[in-house]
Design a protein. Structure first.
Length: 295
């Protein structure tokens, strides 16, 4: 997102990007020539990225490259056609993995699907406010999409917990020809394959994840469920390409259900009151599949 915003500036003679870790090497190599990319001798490995960045941000010598206000601007700015055009221009001469190319040539009507599993329905710590606990609902949604004549492409790496449970469901239900996995279609799950699978899809269904940004900038619809409310989700230009269904919560001995927001999440964790989280229902989600995602 930051590099897209700074693209024209970086393309100028005396501006460069710094590849400090393997987490960002693919986007940088996709958008910029090699001569514009500066690399450190030993980049931070992918698996250590988040722990290292977390510790780095606590350092007294750490200075953010952009302010909090600038970051909010990046998150809330309008989705310009120029970004989509730039991505498609860069994709023009790129080749997908062989298995993905064969799949795309079949011209299936397919929806991309990703689930972030929550081990406990009432766990709202860390990234769990945007994760799903109800596995039965997940399987019902997959069955619903199949009945609606869609092929499903499941996103995610092999270490994502949802991959294992969906694979088991596919195997037990003998749905190998209806539910496919991008990790099986892509040789290395690289950015090119992720962009192409998104570009040629009907859209995205599932939990909030980094993958939704790809769909957003390609101007493909995404229906996100079981998420906490973040203010910029409600901006009209944002809702055009991404609709979000929010979790609710109810505090013990109270009767009113409230939308789970970033603020209420922090309050619940701080006050340590007893509460129950209410995820979006199967009926809520399928209604929006019909009236938003596939409309």
């Amino acid at each position: 997102m930051f590099y897209l915003d700074q693209y024209l500036k970086i393309k100028k003679k005396n501006f460069f990007v710094f590849e400090f870790c393997k987490q960002i090497d693919q986007p940088l190599n996709f958008f910029f020539e090699k001569k514009k990319i500066l690399k450190q001798i030993v980049p931070i490995p992918f698996s250590f990225y988040y722990p290292v960045i977390f510790e780095l941000k606590k350092s007294k010598i750490f200075t953010p490259s952009i302010t909090q206000d600038e970051w909010i601007y990046l998150l809330t700015r309008r989705n310009k056609d120029s970004i989509k055009n730039l991505i498609e221009l860069k994709l023009k001469d790129q080749k997908p993995s062989d298995n993905l190319r064969k799949f795309l040539n079949l011209k299936y009507k397919y929806i991309c699907f990703f689930i972030k599993l929550n081990p406990d329905k009432n766990n709202i710590d860390s990234s769990n406010p945007r994760a799903t606990w109800d596995k039965k609902k997940i399987f019902n949604l997959l069955s619903y999409l199949i009945n609606e004549k869609y092929i499903i492409v499941v996103l995610g790496l092999k270490n994502d917990p949802s991959i294992k449970i969906i694979r088991e469901y596919v195997s037990n239900s003998k749905l190998e020809d209806k539910i496919l996995f991008l990790i099986d279609l892509s040789d290395s799950y690289d950015l090119i394959d992720q962009l192409l699978i998104a570009k040629n899809s009907v859209g995205y269904l599932g939990n909030g994840s980094g993958a939704t940004e790809i769909f957003y900038y390609l101007q493909k619809k995404a229906l996100v469920f079981d998420h906490s409310l973040i203010s910029y989700f409600l901006l009209p230009h944002f809702k055009k390409y991404r609709k979000t269904l929010f979790k609710k919560y109810i505090v013990k001995d109270e009767t009113i259900q409230k939308i789970l927001s970033e603020e209420s999440t922090n309050k619940l964790l701080y006050e340590k009151k007893e509460y129950e989280i209410i995820e979006n229902s199967f009926e809520e989600i399928t209604y929006e599949i019909n009236n938003y995602l596939t409309k």
